[in-house]
Ligand binder design. Structure first.
Ligand SMILES: C[S@@+](CC[C@H](N)C(=O)[O-])C[C@H]1O[C@@H](n2cnc3c(N)ncnc32)[C@H](O)[C@@H]1O
Length: 259
């Protein structure tokens, strides 16, 4: 189910954030023998789809702290490995032409973000580029009661863990702080619910599913009384999205390591 949700989320984000492209910046050409990293890859779907678009000689590395979502089969030029975005292998220094990192806003601690950015910088070749995509899980339009409530309880739980779920706002600044240049900072829109048609339904599966997955944490921390109560809240949130055609902001940051 998690694989299905993550792969639905991939199709959705590719469409609504990257205008249907895996690599948003049209100036980036991944030619023969290029090296690409998908950091925090999840199911590896971005990496495996990229393999179909680039020459076979392009080596695509897909890394994550967990291999639980790695696919059973994949193209031969995609290499899966275990690595944290905060401590990529030493031998990867100056290795990659392009690094993609997407949707780790619920995964990294406040103090881990600058480390992750400096690791991406280290493993890029001079002139190499990054693509970062992170949802801003606040400022929904319109802001409706149940959506406000789920944002509030989720923030309370993630604050308790020291996670930086509002990192999207600081993404360009963090990128600059790590030494990147030519920073392009765009705000895209995540449409949610059936009034947006098929894409809004995909968004509800992806983002609503992510909220549903936080249920156990919220109950454990005493923020929600039970899984059933949390599930009911998520159901009400999904109804609001269907009714009001809600959308959330999402940041897309592209940048380069200086030559
Ligand atoms: C929401 S999923 C996104 C997966 C993928 N980037 C995508 O967009 O489909 C977050 C992923 O980050 C991974 N993750 C969490 N902390 C990490 C870390 N410190 N280093 C690498 N991956 C991490 C999780 O295991 C999970 O696969």
């Amino acid at each position: 189910m998690c694989q299905l949700r993550l792969n639905t989320q991939h199709n959705y984000l590719t469409k609504v954030v990257c205008d249907g492209r895996l690599v948003y910046d049209k100036n980036i050409v991944l030619g023969e023998n290029s090296r690409v990293l998908d950091s925090g890859t999840g199911t590896g779907i971005w990496a495996t789809e990229l393999a179909n678009e680039v020459p076979d000689s392009v080596k695509i590395y897909a890394s994550d702290v967990s291999n639980s979502e790695f696919p059973p089969t994949h193209p031969p030029n995609v290499h899966f490995s275990l690595a944290s975005v905060t401590s990529l292998p030493r031998e990867w220094s100056n290795k990659f032409d392009f690094v993609n990192q997407r949707f780790l806003f619920g995964a990294l601690l406040v103090e881990e973000w600058p480390v992750a950015l400096s690791e991406m910088y280290r493993v890029l070749k001079p002139g190499g580029a990054i693509q970062l995509i992170e949802m801003e899980p606040r400022f929904p339009v319109p802001e409706t009661p149940k959506t406000s409530q789920i944002m509030k309880v989720t923030k309370e739980a993630t604050d308790g863990l020291g996670l930086h779920i509002y990192v999207a706002e600081n993404l360009a600044e963090l990128t600059k702080g790590a030494g990147f240049v030519d920073i392009v900072d765009e705000t895209k829109r995540l449409p949610l619910g059936k009034s947006w048609g098929e894409i809004g339904l995909q968004g509800a599966v992806a983002i609503g599913g992510a909220y549903r997955n936080t249920g156990a944490l919220l109950v454990k921390n005493g923020i929600c009384s039970s899984r059933e109560a949390h599930d009911r809240l998520v159901d009400d949130v999904l109804k609001e999205w269907d009714e009001y055609g809600t959308h959330f902001p999402c940041k897309l940051v592209c940048a380069r390591k200086p030559v």
